[in-house]
Ligand binder design. Structure first.
Ligand code: HEC
Length: 226
């Protein structure tokens, strides 16, 4: 039920305006003191999960139950996409529609690709988009973006970049289509952000990760040497 509550909070948050939610997220540890009552309620649903450090105990148990519900196929994004893992290919999990997704076991073990997504995000995206997909004053919270955008739109922006230029702002999202450290791991970054967006994964470095499979290593080698 936790997962559903969180999603409801996200939907509520989105309907109250992504800006308000994004803003609050950028302030990281600070409570959403000056947010409207509705927005504060919506954000607190997320904050409860987000503030958890990667530790065991009651909080981890709560995460586990959320992860279990995901695995049982109850996870549908606000945009209608079912992100239940269906099959594994090259050491990565995909939905029945071939969209990258995450797989988190009942004991909290994160699949290797999603863990790798955390590492790649932290190396290449964090500097502008903030830690853990939370957003910054400069760039949007990608954990929210992936709930709204579809996978192909996400890929398109990362490959080609995006530039918002108007009177009040001049922000640039660089093009990463030729950067192998991003492009060879784009599915992993996406899966990681999905796990963050659905609160299946708490903030910080995932505590337990699955093994790197031979299939993953082979695909990685061939992509990096192209
Ligand atoms: C140099 C700073 C910078 C870096 C590094 C960066 N981004 Fe961005 N990104 C931005 C800015 C700024 C925007 C907003 C651009 C706009 O709205 O026109 C953005 C927008 C996006 C969007 C669209 C989000 C939305 O809600 O519309 C996606 C997706 C995205 N970035 C993914 C990534 C990923 C993945 C990485 C790491 C591989 C990354 N970005 C690294 C600055 C950056």
């Amino acid at each position: 039920m936790k997962a559903i509550t969180s999603l409801a909070a996200l939907v509520l948050g989105a309907s109250l305006g992504g800006a308000a939610l994004g803003q609050t997220a950028t302030t990281e540890q600070a409570p959403p003191a000056d947010a409207g009552a509705g927005a504060a309620a919506a954000v607190s649903g997320n904050a409860a999960a987000n503030e958890q450090p990667a530790e065991d105990g009651a909080d981890a148990a709560a995460q586990d139950s959320a992860a279990t519900e995901m695995a049982e196929g109850q996870t549908t994004l606000p945009n209608g996409t079912d992100i239940t893992p269906d099959y594994e290919e090259n050491g990565r999990w995909y939905t029945v529609d071939g969209i990258p997704t995450y797989k988190i076991d009942e004991d909290g073990t994160v699949d290797f690709a999603t863990f790798n997504g955390y590492r790649r995000y932290s190396a290449e995206c964090h500097v502008c988009h903030g830690p853990d997909g939370e957003g910054s004053t400069y760039a949007p919270a990608l954990k929210e973006s992936v709930l709204r955008m579809d996978y192909y739109d996400f890929q398109q922006v990362v490959a080609s970049g995006k530039q918002e230029v108007n009177a009040s702002q001049n922000q640039v999202m660089p093009a990463f289509g030729t950067n192998k450290n991003v492009w060879c791991y784009i599915d992993d970054i996406y899966a990681y952000l999905l796990a963050r967006g659905t609160d299946a994964l708490p903030r910080g470095r995932p505590a337990k990760k699955g093994p790197k499979t031979d299939a993953f290593a082979e695909q990685e080698d061939s992509c990096m040497s192209m």
